[in-house]
Design a protein around this ligand. Structure first.
Ligand SMILES: NC(=O)c1ccc[n+]([C@@H]2O[C@H](COP(=O)([O-])OP(=O)(O)OC[C@H]3O[C@@H](n4cnc5c(N)ncnc54)[C@H](OP(=O)(O)O)[C@@H]3O)[C@@H](O)[C@H]2O)c1
Length: 354
């Protein structure tokens, strides 16, 4: 990963010269767990699920308009200092990776300046079954990675994540697949998504390489990752789906936690809200107030809330809208006090702390 380390040392001017786009002058990479590997990633990640057009099926092709939209989103992400991009083989049935591949083809130097992550393991309906299921078999993982590399037009993927646990997983097969991918130079690092601490620990005991990432749904709206810490010894009906101990396991093992859905799909930042949803209304107003007080945007407050967590979470933002991407720019600069942080959590919960 020498090229990435070198990139970090590039001055603003030379970065501009080789990229031709603006980047904030004080661009400094934050120390996040991923930086303990040979990966120097920005704390914000751009999630590419929205790219590749509106159709999730494989019955349509991507269009020139979809490629244009991908260019604009990538440009906006780079302009706010993002150097890491998240994909999955299933996003728009491969079209998200294809349009990103088109962007890479046109921007010759870009591949060496960014970290590319993709996922596999969710298997949509195909010739074998008319329903979605999970598949961590060795042959399927190897096949998926060949598809990812070909769609993106790259030789090596920086990180491969297993997308969602396969109930029929044979860990020995996953280990064989990962060994093969590493020795062939097709993947550099491996991680998981939507896995609990015990699932990671089980899988890790079969692997020769570390799990470096776990991507979970976490946001001010999906705040059960925070609730799971304080709901111990409480009414069991308060317990949500976030597996207790997952954050602690990731912190102990230097596994990078990534948050999908960090903008709560716009719920607090302008998307029309159902009038009945009192806690969302109150919280959206609170976020707007904090944004005004701190001279920033509601998006920056929302992301700063996640990034204030000591696990150094990487939010994976998924908006395709360049103005909304730009609105995330201040996220790393905004600081929230302990009291402001709890104020937002209590408001989003609609309940006091236990
Ligand atoms: N590991 C997993 O299982 C998993 C699951 C889901 C997603 N992901 C990853 O996480 C990334 C982010 O997920 P996400 O897209 O759900 O998260 P998000 O960043 O919370 O939400 C982005 C979505 O919300 C919409 N949005 C944001 N602000 C809005 C506003 N003010 N008004 C109206 N709409 C607004 C965006 O629409 P516009 O594009 O129109 O702005 C976009 O559809 C994905 O791209 C993907 O990489 C991973």
């Amino acid at each position: 990963m020498a090229h990435l380390l070198q990139r970090v040392k590039l001055s603003y001017d030379s970065y501009l010269l080789c990229n031709g786009h603006a980047m904030k002058e004080d661009f400094l990479l934050t120390k996040i767990p991923l930086n303990t590997r040979d990966l120097e990633a920005s704390q914000l990640v751009y999630g590419c699920m929205g790219l590749g057009g509106a159709d999730w099926s494989n019955r349509t092709e991507y269009t020139a308009e979809d490629v244009k939209e991908a260019h604009a989103a990538v440009e906006a992400a780079l302009a706010i200092g993002i150097n890491m991009f998240d994909h999955a083989n299933i996003y728009k049935s491969g079209k998200a990776e294809q349009v990103f591949g088109e962007v890479l083809k046109e921007r010759k130097h870009l591949r060496d300046q960014i970290i590319l992550q993709s996922k596999c393991g969710i298997r949509f309906a195909d010739e074998l079954a008319p329903f979605t299921r999970f598949d961590y078999s060795k042959d399927y993982i190897l096949d998926c990675v060949d598809g990812i590399l070909s769609r993106l037009g790259i030789e090596t993927l920086d990180i491969l994540l297993l997308h969602r646990p396969d109930i029929l997983m044979e860990p020995e097969e996953v280990a064989e697949a990962f060994d093969h991918l590493l020795s062939e130079g097709k993947v550099r690092h491996f991680g998981v998504s939507n896995m609990s601490a015990s699932q990671m620990d089980f899988l890790q005991s079969y692997l020769d390489m570390p799990i470096v990432v776990n991507q979970m749904e976490m946001s001010l709206y999906r705040h059960s990752f925070a609730d799971s810490v304080v709901n111990i010894n409480q009414d069991t009906s308060l317990r949500d789906y976030f597996p207790e101990g997952t954050i602690e396991y990731c912190r102990t093992e230097d596994i990078q936690l990534q948050a999908w859905g960090p903008l709560a799909q716009g719920l607090y930042t302008g998307r029309p809200i159902d009038k009945e949803n009192h806690a969302v209304h109150v919280t959206a107003a609170k976020i707007a107030d904090y944004a005004e007080q701190k001279n920033t945007t509601p998006e920056a407050i929302l992301l700063a809330w996640l990034m204030r967590h000591p696990a150094h979470i990487q939010p994976v933002i998924g908006t395709r809208n360049p103005a909304r991407i730009e609105a995330c720019r201040d996220a790393e600069k905004v600081s929230l006090t302990r009291e402001e942080w709890y104020d937002l959590l209590i408001s989003a919960r609609g309940n006091a702390m236990p």
